[in-house]
Structure formats: structure tokens, C-alpha cells
Design a protein around this ligand. Structure first.
Ligand code: GLN
Length: 305
């Protein structure tokens, strides 16, 4: 397995040249575009890795499925479905997903920014700090790593360059879709995006989602199996934003990307995969990362279709 991973990684590394590191905030522009790493955790706990898999980066949008899980655990499926819909947007992650006149909860998907901002407001807690700490606690359990924390420099950069997210949040507020103070909700969102992870942590989160809510090896239950079906279905249809259809064809498994260069992939019943490759395509997805997953999917017959 290790040999196969090394070979695929070297084959896919040059693809990074076709992408660019995210530069919407100065702190992310410092990333090394040539980095590429991969970590796999199988359902029986077997681990394999290759390349720059211990390099750390911020989770960014890959926190969205964790936000969704926390919102589901706190409120149940029916309540969450009334506040954020499940239809794919086919639009970029920071897009306003419908015309101003038809902005309603059914048009908001939890895998894009607007939906994620609403989900921050659904997490239970007496303060936004407490809500964030609960989200961080769930992230640590899912990742199997109690040391995971916020990258403060990225957090400050997100907060001071967050005009587009502020625009999205105020629009939600003006349509009655966000009850709380916009700055408090956004502070939770910016901190959530700035959680620092590595490929191993993403593989572990993916493994729990592939294992119907149970930790690999110990089999300890973190969330009900029905919730993994809910989350994985939305990852399949919208996890790669407006690149989700092509990704379904090329790779064929539920996955979530982030502009930090990470991809978390879930192969139901088989494995969780964590990828890091910070050179992104125009949709904000890792170019070499997708290529690596495509090659891996072909070699190991991972597609669910
Ligand atoms: N922090 C980013 C944003 O809110 C997250 C988006 C992403 O990873 N695609 O714009």
C-alpha cells in the first residue's frame, strides 16, 4: 500500500502547477504550493500515509460537516432541516445562493458559507465562546487528537478580511434567517475555519463518517448512524461546491474541501482519507489533491457508483 501511495503522490505532484494558493487573506498566501500529502485510516484502524502528511494547515470549509453534526446533535434532524436546506447550490462557496427575493432557508446549503454561518447560530451554548468550545471539543473527538486548536494568525486574518462573509451574514439577518448578533456569530465562524489540522486528523474524521458515527478501533459511538447518512449525502452533492458533479464522476465518494488545501474523503464502510495540497483550482478545491483521489479511487475501486 505504501508503495502505491508514494507512486501516485509523485505522479500527481506536478498537477499543483495548474493551481494557486488561496490569497483572499494574507496569512493563507504563505502556503507552499508544491506540498502534497495523504493519510488513510481503514475501518479496522489500519493506517497508511505518504508525502507531506504531517504538515499542518487550517481546516477552513472542512469544518462545515462538523458544524452540521454539532447542529444535528444539539437540535435533531427536523429542526436543522427547517433552518438549512439540503439542495445542492451548484454555486461557489461564498455565493449568494438565490435571488434576494427568494432567499429562504430551503435555498441555503450547510456546505457553503451562508449555511455554515446559520449553523453557528444553531449550536447550543450560553455564549458564542461556549458554542465554539463545544464545536472544538467535537472536532478533537472526531479527529482523535485532543491537542487540536485554533491558528490565531489565520483567525485574525479571517476576521479582519471578512467583508464578504459579513455581507452574507447581514443578508441572512435581513431575511430573518439569523437571530443573533452578526459579529458574534461570525466570530464563531472565523474561529471554526481557523482550526489547525493535518492529513491524519482529516482521515480520522472521515473514518468516523465512513464507520456510521463510531471511532475506528474502539468503535465508541460519537453520533447516531443516521446522521452519517445525512452528512455523507450532502457531502456527495455539495461538498466540493460547484465542482461536486465532476468530482462525483472522477472520484465518486463523499468529500469536503477547504481553501487551506485540505480534502477529507469518506469511503462508506471502508476508510477515511485526508489530503493536503494547497494549490487550488478556480473553485477553491485542491488541484493535485483531486487528481490524487481520482487515481486512488481508480486503483482501489473506491467509487460508490
Ligand atoms: N474561510 C473561508 C471563507 O469563509 C472558508 C471557505 C472555504 O474553505 N472554501 O471564505
Amino acid at each position: 500500500m505504501e508503495e502505491l501511495l508514494e507512486r501516485l503522490l509523485e505522479e500527481c505532484r506536478p498537477a499543483a502547477k495548474e493551481g494557486r494558493v488561496a490569497d483572499y487573506i494574507p496569512e493563507l498566501a504563505k502556503g507552499d504550493p508544491k506540498a502534497l500529502g495523504l493519510y488513510i485510516i481503514g475501518s479496522e484502524g489500519k493506517r497508511s500515509w505518504a508525502g507531506d502528511c504531517r504538515q499542518t494547515f487550517t481546516i477552513q470549509s472542512i469544518v462545515k460537516p462538523i458544524l452540521l453534526l454539532q447542529a444535528l446533535l444539539d437540535n435533531g434532524v427536523e429542526f436543522v432541516m427547517r433552518r438549512v436546506g439540503v439542495e445542492a447550490t451548484g454555486k461557489p462557496f461564498d455565493a449568494i445562493n438565490s435571488g434576494d427575493q427568494s432567499l429562504d432557508s430551503g435555498n441555503i446549503n450547510p456546505m457553503v458559507n451562508m449555511g455554515a454561518i446559520v449553523m453557528c447560530s444553531l449550536i447550543h451554548g450560553r455564549s458564542y465562546d461556549e458554542r465554539f468550545q463545544r464545536l472544538l471539543g467535537l472536532t478533537r473527538r472526531l479527529a482523535g487528537d485532543q491537542e487540536i486548536d485554533v491558528d490565531e494568525a489565520v483567525y485574525r486574518s479571517e476576521k479582519s478580511h471578512g467583508s464578504k462573509n459579513r455581507a452574507l451574514a447581514y443578508l441572512l439577518k435581513s431575511h430573518g434567517l439569523l437571530d443573533d448578533d452578526v459579529e458574534e456569530v461570525l466570530d464563531c465562524y472565523f474561529r471554526a475555519c481557523s482550526i489547525q489540522v493535518d492529513c491524519r486528523a482529516l482521515a480520522h474524521i472521515g473514518a468516523v463518517l465512513s464507520n456510521r458515527g463510531r471511532l475506528p478501533v474502539s468503535n465508541e459511538r460519537i453520533f447516531p448512524g443516521a446522521m452519517s447518512r445525512y452528512v455523507n449525502a450532502i457531502l456527495m452533492t455539495c461538498g466540493m461546491y460547484d465542482g461536486s458533479g465532476e468530482f462525483a464522476l472522477r472520484v465518486g465518494v463523499p468529500a469536503k474541501s477547504g481553501v487551506g488545501g485540505g480534502i477529507m474523503a469518506v469511503v462508506p464502510t471502508r476508510m477515511g482519507i485526508g489530503i493536503f495540497g494547497p494549490a487550488l483550482d478556480r473553485k477553491g478545491n485542491s488541484v493535485a489533491g483531486i487528481k490524487l483521489l481520482e487515481r486512488l479511487s481508480g486503483e482501489l475501486h473506491l467509487s460508490i457508483f
